[in-house]
Design a protein around this ligand. Structure first.
Ligand SMILES: NC(=O)c1ccc[n+]([C@@H]2O[C@H](COP(=O)([O-])OP(=O)(O)OC[C@H]3O[C@@H](n4cnc5c(N)ncnc54)[C@H](OP(=O)(O)O)[C@@H]3O)[C@@H](O)[C@H]2O)c1
Length: 266
């Protein structure tokens, strides 16, 4: 009974792997860059069959374009359970890329559970680069609200489902999950300063300034993000219960995340 953890370089995959090993599970870590991850095997999302040989359960990063190849290879390998790292955005409608992946992955002959987290607290790592370089965080829609989630909470939720295994009540379910409170991005930046002592100038960009500064190759994705943030101004983010349902504890706070990631902003 070996569990495959994809996305080996990711923070969530690393936490899932460590917790499964602690729980005495046989784990195979897979990455598109296996040399960057201790003991990892190569993972080619377009041809996942080699990584799936002898695997009974999978923690899967979402990718719409390669989902059909995953389903075929997982069925051929006799996989019994897949836990998909999806997104809360999958609930926005059928055109969302994560919704498309969910539709394909759930067609497989194995049990599927969908983890649907909102914005990650770890997105603040991108802010840290700006702070170290300029002392500023430059973002559009600073008053947009979100309820960011700690990556360890997502990982613990995934581990609960994998350890419970197929046939244990998680099959066919989706778990929307967020952090414990809705906060504006402006307030998150104030919290960074309060916890780390690093002074930060928050610069509220116009949408056009943001378009010029956002280094995103996919224009459609950029416009979707801008429209999403615009829609969140003055709209507190709903708090979703997935973390508490699966782990039995309340979701970790942003203060905890900042304390868990010391030295990022210095
Ligand atoms: N950031 C957010 O706020 C947020 C919120 C909700 C959902 N999500 C979703 O959560 C996932 C991870 O997000 P992130 O922000 O942590 O992204 P990221 O930093 O771009 O990626 C983290 C890890 O994802 C793995 N990965 C990426 N594409 C993959 C693929 N096609 N097949 C297998 N593994 C792949 C990579 O592992 P290797 O390179 O080691 O293979 C990488 O280490 C994404 O699907 C994202 O859409 C993100």
């Amino acid at each position: 009974m070996t569990i495959l953890v994809t996305g080996g370089r990711g923070a969530i995959a690393r936490a899932v792997t460590a917790a499964l090993i602690d729980a005495g599970q046989d784990v195979r870590v897979a990455s598109r860059e296996p040399s960057a991850v201790p003991s990892a095997v190569a993972y080619d999302a377009a041809d996942p069959a080699p990584a799936l040989q002898g695997i009974s359960q999978v923690f899967l990063y979402s990718d719409a374009s390669t989902a059909p190849a995953f389903v075929a290879a997982a069925e051929a390998a006799g996989v019994k359970q897949v836990v998909l790292l999806s997104s809360l955005s999958a609930l926005d409608g059928p055109e969302d890329p994560h919704a498309k992946t969910e539709r394909v992955i759930t067609r497989g002959s194995y049990a599927t559970t969908l983890l649907q987290p909102g914005a990650f607290m770890s997105n603040a790592k991108y802010w840290a680069h700006q702070v170290r370089a300029t002392g500023q965080i430059r973002l559009p829609y600073l008053d947009a609200e979100e309820a960011p989630i700690h990556e360890r909470d997502i990982a613990e939720a995934a581990v609960r489902v994998l350890l419970d295994g197929p046939g244990s009540g998680h099959d066919g379910r989706g778990y929307p999950m967020t952090g414990p409170e809705s906060m504006t991005r402006r307030h998150q930046i104030e919290m960074v300063t309060a916890v780390t002592g690093v002074p930060i100038e928050a610069v509220d960009l116009t949408p056009d300034e943001a378009r010029a500064e956002m280094r995103m190759r996919d224009e459609g994705q950029r416009e979707t993000l801008l429209a999403y943030w615009a829609s969140r101004v003055g709209a507190p983010a709903p708090i979703e219960p997935g973390v508490e349902l699966l782990t039995g504890h309340t979701a970790r706070s942003f203060t905890t995340w900042l304390t868990d990631n010391p030295g990022l902003f210095d």
